[in-house]
Structures are given as structure tokens and as C-alpha cells.
Ligand binder design. Structure first.
Ligand code: FA5
Length: 325
């Protein structure tokens, strides 16, 4: 009787080896271990055993059941899905996709690098501002046209999204005695219509240098030095007289650059000597201290450096564009 069981065991294990997919394994399980399977019908043979044979037969049947169950389990653990090719676990995996720095973050880092070599440190300020720091302290009284609701993102319940990084000039001067030499890169917001050179959220880098005897020559030298270090010795920039309420005299900084394949002067930012009214607003004595400030558009700088013809491409998050830099 137990010899028969040995033969049955080999038969069961051999047919298990032939079950190559989930469906065949399931069929095998039903055929051998199922409630109407071979094992059950063999058990029924117990009835025809003599009382002496019974314990031997029972033990052997238990052992067979355990063997088949564990063989089924170990094959099942390695089984492959019913469809598709078997998995080759020795194949090399797919490379993990690596992210990279956004071209604007890279530009900010390079700007910081150049200015820090000229002795500037980095200051930060909030993007949600009050009107004192965005306007009043910068010599822009209530009546100033730049305070129109159509030109700003005012927030319900007071405050606004800053429209310029010049807010940080004020915050730094309010909290630090002179001399000061900082830059402050960051996001600013204006309800401007999107086109090739304008966006409603963009970045500026503010510069502020306050000391005794700082003149417009220092301002011009600093901006030209930045442009030639950052873009290369051939970089062509110009300063053109302009007006800002918080600097006197004031100028626009333009850069000669290609826009949609055509070379033209593009405004990079504004600059000037700090207006005495600003010094008074932050508690500096304008008779003792002088200084300059500038605010440059970082997108425009990145577009010049990396020959990007349209500002909108920077914010579309198209990986095919972004992975070029
Ligand atoms: C200012 O924001 C002044 N705060 C700059 C300044 C600082 C003057 C310190 C004097 C002293 P303006 O509004 O011109 O200036 O903006 C500065 C630069 O930001 C522009 O020259 C341009 O490069 C960039 N810019 C302005 N609007 C946009 C826009 N919608 N999209 C992208 N860049 C812009």
C-alpha cells in the first residue's frame, strides 16, 4: 500500500513540474489537493485497511499531503503570470529617470556666484508683502499710478503679492545698519499679459550697496562687471536715463540680444542712486550715507545666456525643452 503511495507521489510531483503557468497550476491543485481530488479519494482507501495497517497508512498519507502542499506552494511562489513572457530577473533594470536643475534655478545660482565674488551677500524677503514695503517706503505715495488695482495682485483682507524685489532693500535697511552690500533674487508678480518677454510671475534680482561715498561710477562698474563676467567679455549693455521713484538719478539697463532671431536692445532692469526719501523712510541719514540699487529680470538674463527666444517656454514644464540645459 505505502509503495503505491510512493508511485503516486512521484506521479503528482512530475505532473506539477509540467504546470508552467497559473492556469495549469490551478488545474493541478484541483486535481490533487481539491475537495474531489486524488488525495481525497486515496484517503477513502483507509476504510479497506486492516486495523494494524491504518496508522501506517494514515501517517504516509499525511506525509504525502504535506509534500504535495509544500511542492505546490514553492512552485506557486515562483510562478509567472498566465500571459506574457517569463521574467528574467538577471536582466539589467531600466535606468531611473534623473531630474535636473531648472534653467532658472541654475541662472540664479550663477548670478549669486558672480555677485558674491564682488562682495555681495544674499538677502531674502517675503513674496506676500504689505504696501509699506512695496510702495510707501519706496517713495510711492497712495496717489502713485503703479498702485492701481489693475497693476497689482492685492489680497483679500490686506497685503499683496510683491511686484518687485525692491521690497527687500527696505527690509534690509530697516533691520541692518550701513554699510550694506546685498543682492536678493526672488519671485515677483504682476498682472501683465503673457508674450515672448513678459509673464505674470517672474524673477528679479535686486542689488543694494550703501556706504560712505558710493557714486554712480560704482553702480556702472558693478553692472558692467557683472555682465562681462556672466555673459563673456563681448557682452554689450547700456544705461539709458529713466525714472524710478526710489532712485535719483535713475537708469534702465539694456542688453543687446537676439529676440526671435533678431538682435535688439532688451531692457534687463532698472537702477539708480538711492533717493534720500528712501533713506529717511528707513532711518538712515542721507547726509552721511549714499548708495545705489538695481533690479534685473532673471528670465531676461537666462534668455540671453541660453538663447531662449520665448519666456513662456520657461514655465511650460516641457521636459524636452528643460533637459537641454
Ligand atoms: C523694477 O521693478 C524696479 N524695482 C527696478 C529697480 C530696482 C530700479 C532698484 C531702480 C532701483 P521694472 O518694472 O522696470 O523695474 O522691472 C525690472 C525688470 O524686470 C525689467 O527690466 C524686466 O527685465 C523684468 N520684468 C518686468 N516685467 C516683467 C514681466 N512681466 N515678465 C518678465 N520680466 C519682467
Amino acid at each position: 500500500m505505502t509503495e503505491n503511495i510512493d508511485i503516486i507521489e512521484s506521479e503528482a510531483l512530475a505532473s506539477l513540474k509540467e504546470a508552467v503557468d497559473d492556469a495549469a497550476l490551478e488545474q493541478w491543485r484541483i486535481a490533487w489537493l481539491g475537495s474531489k481530488g486524488r488525495l481525497k479519494s486515496l484517503m477513502a482507501g483507509m476504510k479497506s485497511c486492516t486495523p494494524e495497517e491504518r496508522p501506517v497508512f494514515g501517517q504516509r498519507m499525511n506525509a504525502l499531503k504535506k509534500t504535495l502542499e509544500s511542492a505546490f506552494k514553492s512552485v506557486g511562489d515562483q510562478s509567472v503570470p498566465a500571459s506574457g513572457p517569463p521574467i528574467d530577473i538577471t536582466e539589467p533594470g531600466l535606468p531611473a529617470g534623473m531630474g535636473r536643475q531648472h534653467v532658472l534655478s541654475r541662472t540664479v545660482d550663477e548670478i549669486i556666484d558672480v555677485f558674491s565674488r564682488m562682495g555681495f551677500s544674499v538677502a531674502e524677503g517675503p513674496e506676500v508683502e504689505d504696501e509699506w514695503h512695496n510702495f510707501n517706503a519706496l517713495n510711492m505715495p497712495e496717489s502713485h499710478p503703479a498702485r492701481e488695482p489693475s497693476d497689482n495682485f492685492f489680497l483679500d483682507g490686506g497685503g499683496m503679492l510683491r511686484t518687485q524685489t525692491s521690497t527687500v532693500q527696505v527690509r534690509v535697511m530697516e533691520n541692518t545698519p550701513p554699510p550694506i552690500r546685498i543682492i536678493s533674487p526672488g519671485r515677483v508678480y504682476r498682472p501683465d499679459t503673457h508674450d515672448a518677454t513678459h509673464y505674470s510671475m517672474f524673477h528679479q534680482v535686486e542689488g543694494l550697496w550703501v556706504d560712505k561715498g558710493v557714486t554712480i561710477v560704482d553702480l556702472k562698474a558693478t553692472l558692467f562687471n557683472f555682465a562681462r563676467t556672466f555673459f563673456g567679455p563681448e557682452a554689450d549693455i547700456r544705461m539709458r536715463p529713466s525714472f524710478f521713484p526710489f532712485t535719483e538719478p535713475s537708469a534702465e539697463v539694456d542688453m543687446w540680444m537676439p529676440v526671435r532671431g533678431k538682435m535688439q536692445w532688451v531692457e534687463l532692469g532698472g537702477c539708480g542712486m538711492i533717493d534720500p526719501n528712501v533713506f529717511e523712510a528707513v532711518g538712515y541719514d542721507p547726509e552721511i550715507w549714499s548708495g545705489f540699487a538695481f533690479g534685473l529680470g532673471i528670465e531676461r538674463i537666462a534668455m540671453r545666456k541660453f538663447a531662449i527666444p520665448d519666456i513662456r517656454w520657461l514655465f511650460e514644464n516641457d521636459a524636452r525643452f528643460l533637459r537641454q540645459f
